[in-house]
Design a protein around this ligand. Structure first.
Ligand SMILES: Cc1cc2nc3c(=O)[nH]c(=O)nc-3n(C[C@H](O)[C@H](O)[C@H](O)COP(=O)(O)OP(=O)(O)OC[C@H]3O[C@@H](n4cnc5c(N)ncnc54)[C@H](O)[C@@H]3O)c2cc1C
Length: 378
């Protein structure tokens, strides 16, 4: 390795940071990861067994190229590590006719020629009788959608980075990030260390980072529940797609990746604010329990309506629901990736690639203009 190879630190090796570490290591960069815990831990934005991958994207067509590249990179990481990470199951977006989410997923499918099917209530009842589509609703089945295994993926990316020469400091929180003559200085329990560049991906701890104080970031708790199906075989990933239902009662459901339980996440109630992921509580509010009960009894009659397991996690949200990717005047030399607003996991491989591009060259071939920090800066 040449002496002129830059040194790059990755602060936070969760979903995005572990992928950044992998991409840096692939390029022969002297990369060092720091995490307050260890890759694969249960406290970050990526906890809870499963994450949805989908490409017909209700959040906006500008994401589709990023998701197409992510799909390639998910398969690359699977190949390089011999680990199954993404199971393609198909994904149903169900919404009242004319709902903007349905319009957007149809637009993505048409503009990018994504493999999909439009389903009305009768077609859906034939295909997926356990996932009813009501009269007045329609569905789009995105054939590229599926289920990701998040803890396994973060461990795989960080492990691959280490096998390519990256260093990883586990249980090593970074308490200060500041410019110094030789680059960017980090303070940790190990002491102080200076790197040419830093990639910062702190997830639901972002509000604790001094240099991010001016950004409109909020940390929200997301509580998910697992249910026992009456017929678990109907929910197995080879016959049951992920579901995102929009409308007055909105939620997502996952196939039984463990062969046994179905995870449901309610979207139609406000999510509580917390200062950081250290403050989440597994005690679900009566409103959340009532909302889930209504959703499950009405739309998922094949599940026993009382949850058998609770998972409480948090993610960092921005006020417009889109992430922040780039450098900030308050943190020179630092590429910031934060505010993934409840939908960052599926694109973490391309975000890691973009992080490495920006940290090393200041530019990327991927179009991330919609994620520019400039939209929040004075
Ligand atoms: C319940 C739930 C369900 C979700 N479902 C989906 C889904 O289905 N599909 C999808 O695409 N997205 C989903 N998301 C969103 C997605 O999981 C997050 O957007 C993504 O994990 C955020 O990645 P991140 O790297 O920003 O943060 P994280 O993955 O949380 O990683 C941050 C890391 O930084 C470390 N860290 C923080 N501060 C420091 C510090 N000072 N020093 C050292 N280390 C530090 C933490 O320990 C952590 O490991 C969901 C989120 C939640 C909470």
């Amino acid at each position: 390795m040449s002496r002129s190879t830059p040194t790059v630190a990755v602060v936070g090796t969760g979903a995005v940071g572990a992928m950044a570490l992998w991409h840096l290591a692939e390029r022969g960069i002297r990369a060092t990861g720091f995490d307050a815990f260890a890759p694969g831990h249960d406290r970050g934005g990526y906890g809870g067994q499963s994450r949805i991958f989908r490409m017909a994207y209700r959040e906006g067509a500008e994401y589709v190229p990023l998701l197409q590249r992510s799909l390639e990179l998910w398969r690359t990481l699977e190949r390089e590590t011999g680990t199954a990470l993404l199971t393609t199951t198909g994904g149903l977006t169900i919404a009242p006719t004319g709902h903007p989410d349905l319009e957007m997923v149809r637009r993505c499918a048409a503009e990018f020629d994504l493999p999909h099917e439009d389903l009305g209530p009768a077609d859906a009842a034939d295909r997926f009788p356990h996932l009813p589509v009501e009269d007045g609703e329609e569905a789009l089945l995105d054939h590229t959608a599926g289920v990701l295994r998040p803890e396994r993926a973060v461990i795989a990316a960080a492990g691959r980075a280490r096998s390519l020469g990256a260093q990883m400091h586990r249980y090593c929180p970074v308490s200060r990030i500041e410019p110094s003559a030789g680059g960017v200085r980090l303070t940790t329990p190990r002491g102080q260390e200076t790197f040419d560049r830093v990639i910062l991906a702190p997830g639901p701890w972002a509000r604790e980072v001094e240099g991010l104080a001016d950004l409109p970031l909020e940390i929200h708790q997301i509580t998910t529940m697992w249910y026992q199906p009456r017929h678990p075989e109907r929910f197995l990933p080879d016959r049951s797609p992920i579901v995102i239902r929009s409308g007055p009662i909105a939620y997502s459901t996952f196939p039984a990746v463990d062969g046994e339980t179905v995870k449901v996440s309610l979207h139609s109630l406000p999510r509580p604010h917390v200062p950081s992921a250290d403050h989440v509580s597994r005690n679900a509010s009566p409103e959340l329990l009532a909302g889930l009960h209504e959703a499950v009894t009405r739309f998922l009659p094949d599940l026993h309506p009382d949850p058998i397991r609770t998972g409480a996690y948090a993610d960092c949200f921005t006020t417009d629901g889109h992430a922040i990717v780039g450098e900030l005047p308050s943190l020179p030399g630092v590429t910031v990736l934060t505010g993934f607003s409840g939908h960052g996991f599926k694109m973490s491989p391309v975000l890691g690639e973009i992080a490495a591009d920006l940290a090393l060259t200041g530019a990327t071939v991927h179009d991330v203009t919609h994620l520019t920090p400039a939209r929040f800066l004075p």
